[in-house]
Design a protein around this ligand. Structure first.
Ligand code: FAD
Length: 436
């Protein structure tokens, strides 16, 4: 006989969005019956704040460890341990992968052979790290090649790092993961070379001028940048990489390799069943998919961003996961249809070494830089850029701001503050938003 259980609400995936969705569910439905909500995750632990994996988790000592960073501590909210789910009658099915989904029948089949049916499904499957094999390379199986998406990856990275004190790391990729891991490796006294094909780091967000500051800062910590080329192969001996070979023939000795070459949304279960866009599951302003019983949130969801004129975006950032999750739960629980469309202000941040920046909005239009990113003048410079589009502030980036200053740039973007003269804006810098 086929095993099976039925739930009114099922959250598929147990990452950031799942944790925030569960808390919102409990808050909005204090009368929820035990067993109404179930979360299915192929990870072994309750939802946690994934950004910690490339920051606190990698510290050489006193690093962040579970249960310390389960959701929702990243938003200064309740810490949801496995006990919390139990106490609230939420079925947390861990270490279990959903292998097929049938949207028409409203069922999910798990790796343990169980069929779980739902009335309402929230898809929160997130994204996965792209592998070297996905871009025509090889070597992912080597003992000292690391990725960073989940706790297992982070544990491997920590172990490999500790196995080669003072050694050489080659970091492949100059995006978020590459840059944050490079900083962590330096903190662990590993010598780092970062290799990426672009002209500068964080190419999708940073302007050349912003990137120059961070690259100089990293260089001052001993990090070497190799731009405009790629690692074409890894030389492996007894299961371990020894050398990374660049396209131009250069050979980099490597005691370890960290790969951060991007992510792909986990949409496969729903291909051919739900409408897709921007590499994710397409949803409306209520986070509802093309099937009325299915919502999608977090990294896997492509949703209309009002501030960008309703343009559909897929944003792989933690704040987006939290907010879209809450919005979907509010919409799914709302029988009266009173929950409006999400009005999301895109927000990302990063923290490396003693630095920290925030970005709001859209990096579209003309970049107008302000402040002095000169390390010689100040070890903790404050600088940034506004992106001006059609005479209005569309995006803003700030390094080293105070909470008030971050709130002020966010506000300027949200309101689309009018800019009469970009030269004047460059001179005023933060005074422009403080004055508004
Ligand atoms: P995830 O948190 O990835 O959760 C998806 C979950 O679904 C996972 O548990 C996965 O195992 C599970 N799953 C997938 N498929 C199945 C299946 N078939 N069956 C069962 N379970 C499944 N963002 C920022 O804004 N700032 C940062 O500083 C930052 N740092 C980051 C650092 C790292 C190392 C990483 C990896 C990401 C970082 N992010 C950061 C991005 C942020 O963590 C993500 O945007 C966020 O985790 C997305 O939440 P999610 O719930 O959509 O996906």
């Amino acid at each position: 006989p086929e095993m099976g259980r039925a739930f009114a609400y099922v959250i598929l995936g147990g990452g950031v969005a799942a944790g925030y969705a569960a808390l919102e569910f409990v808050r909005l439905r204090s009368d929820a019956a035990a067993g109404e909500l179930c979360i299915i995750s192929d990870e072994e632990v309750a939802p946690y704040e994934r950004p910690a994996l490339s920051k606190g988790y990698l510290l050489p000592e006193g690093g962040a460890r579970l249960p310390g960073f389960h959701t929702c501590v990243g938003a200064n909210d309740q810490l949801l341990t496995a006990d919390w789910y139990r106490e609230h009658g939420i079925e947390l099915i861990l270490g279990t992968k959903v292998i097929t989904a049938d949207v028409r029948r409203k069922t999910l089949l798990t790796s343990s052979g169980e069929t779980i049916s739902y009335k309402t499904l929230i898809v929160a499957t997130g994204a996965r790290a792209l592998k070297l094999e996905d871009i025509g390379g090889s070597g992912s199986d080597a003992e000292n090649v690391c990725y960073l998406r989940n706790i297992k990856d982070a544990d491997k990275l920590v172990n490999v790092m500790r196995s080669c004190p003072g050694g050489d790391a080659v970091v492949i990729g100059g995006g978020y993961i590459g840059m944050e891991c490079a900083a962590a490796l330096v903190a662990n006294k590993i010598k780092v070379t970062i290799v990426f094909p672009g002209k500068h780091c964080m190419e999708r967000l940073f302007t050349p001028k912003i990137a120059e500051f961070y690259e100089k800062y990293y260089a001052s910590k001993g990090v070497t940048f190799i731009r405009g080329t790629v690692v074409s192969s890894l030389e492996i001996s007894s299961g371990k990489v020894t050398t990374a070979i660049l396209r131009d023939g250069r050979r980099l000795p490597a005691d370890m390799v960290v790969v951060g070459i991007g992510a792909r949304a986990n949409t496969a279960l729903f291909e051919g069943q739900l409408a897709m866009e921007k590499g994710g599951i397409k949803v409306n302003g209520q986070m509802r998919t093309s099937d009325a019983s299915v919502y999608a949130v977090g990294d896997v969801a492509a949703f209309p961003v009002k501030l960008a004129g309703g343009d559909v975006r897929r944003l792989e950032h933690v704040d987006c996961a939290r907010r879209t999750a809450r919005h979907a739960v509010a919409a799914a629980l709302d029988a009266s249809g009173g929950v409006g469309d999400i009005d999301y202000l895109p927000f990302f941040y990063s923290r490396v070494f003693a630095l920290s920046w925030q970005f709001y909005g859209d990096n579209a239009g003309e970049a107008v830089h302000f402040g002095d990113p000169d390390l010689a003048a100040s070890p903790a410079p404050k600088f940034g850029a506004f992106w001006v589009s059609a005479g209005r502030v569309a995006g803003a980036f700030l390094e080293g701001g105070t909470p008030e200053e971050y709130a002020a740039i966010a506000n300027a973007v949200r309101r689309g503050a009018a800019v009469k003269d970009v030269a004047e804006l460059a001179l005023q810098g933060l005074a422009f938003v403080a004055r508004e």
